[in-house]
Design a binder for this molecule. Structure first.
Ligand code: FAD
Length: 267
């Protein structure tokens, strides 16, 4: 398989840097082709602004989605963005790796998503009718590809447990899993999470590295998280609400969007 790992940590000698090297080495040992987008090393520009749309006339109002669509269709995206789009098209698997910063991804990685997910490529695709509401949530240009997160947290596993004060880790990651990865069509694998990452002795590092190698060996066979497909009949169109009768009684929030026959699986 072809694997794109997007790495968002400012320090190559960090724990994240060491785990990235472990993942890449294991993937290559398995015969996979690997490309790494090291965002800090690349000097990735995070903010979307007028400079992203060289075709926009100086006096024209910037309407971001429209400008993105026009630039994507005309082949006028900036070189850094179109290089990343080429890598995404090339990849069978996308891995996003980052330390959890303020309960989500670092700004540089969010900026990669904001800029690389062009309109007409990652969103704004497909027809809208009484049967379909665009190609999204399980359909879209990333359909057939797999994706997963490698995440480190300072907090303990219990802090991110079902009753933990930080909120369940799979709830915190839901906007990335469901909103950023499932939305344009990826099959989303359960995340690889390292808790209490501020304190790792050599033994725990080695155990963590081995757990990560195992995840890299099973990249092609791990079952994706069972999100409901938007156009699969579970949602009313155009309200996009889950049909009455679906979802276990009393269930609310993110958990509704996981097929209940598989609800024991993580969100
Ligand atoms: P590093 O600091 O590089 O290393 C951590 C430990 O791993 C050290 O003990 C180090 O000795 C060991 N280590 C590193 N490399 C190796 C190696 N090769 N072999 C053996 N041991 C090694 N945490 C939360 O839980 N929630 C948050 O919302 C949150 N927000 C944050 C916001 C900011 C701005 C920052 C800076 C931190 C935040 N944190 C938060 C903590 C953050 O998630 C952790 O600091 C981070 O995940 C640790 O990963 P790292 O790669 O930076 O680790």
């Amino acid at each position: 398989m072809k694997v794109l790992l997007v790495f968002a940590h400012p320090e190559p000698r960090s724990l994240n840097g060491a785990l990235r090297d472990v993942a890449v080495a294991e993937l290559q040992r398995q015969g996979h082709e690997v490309k790494v987008s090291d965002l800090y090393a690349q000097g990735w520009k995070s903010a979307v602004d007028r400079a992203d749309f060289p075709g926009l006339a100086p006096d024209e109002q910037l309407v971001t989605a429209a400008a993105s669509k026009a630039a994507f269709e005309a082949g006028q995206l900036t070189q850094d963005v179109s290089d990343e789009i080429d890598k995404l098209r090339w990849a069978d698997v996308l891995i996003l790796q980052f330390p959890l910063w303020w309960f989500t991804m670092p700004a540089i990685l969010k900026g990669w998503v904001d800029r690389v997910y062009a309109c007409g490529f990652a969103y704004g695709v497909g027809e809208h009718s009484d049967k379909r509401w665009g190609d999204r949530y399980g359909e879209g240009n990333m359909a057939g590809k797999r994706a997963m997160l490698i995440v480190t947290t300072g907090g303990w596993e219990q802090h991110y447990g079902a009753r933990g004060v930080n909120g369940p880790i799979n709830d915190l990651l839901f906007p990335i899993h469901h909103g950023i990865l499932f939305y344009p069509g990826f099959d989303v694998l359960p995340p690889f999470v390292v808790h209490q990452a501020g304190h790792l002795d050599e033994a725990r590092f080695e155990a963590t590295a081995e757990r990560l190698r195992e995840r890299m060996r099973t990249l092609a066979t791990t079952a994706p998280m069972p999100y409901r497909r938007q156009n699969g009949g579970d949602y009313l169109i155009p309200s996009m609400e889950l049909r009455p009768g679906l979802g276990a009684p009393g269930r609310t929030g993110f958990a509704l969007h996981v097929r209940e026959e598989d609800s024991a699986s993580p969100r």
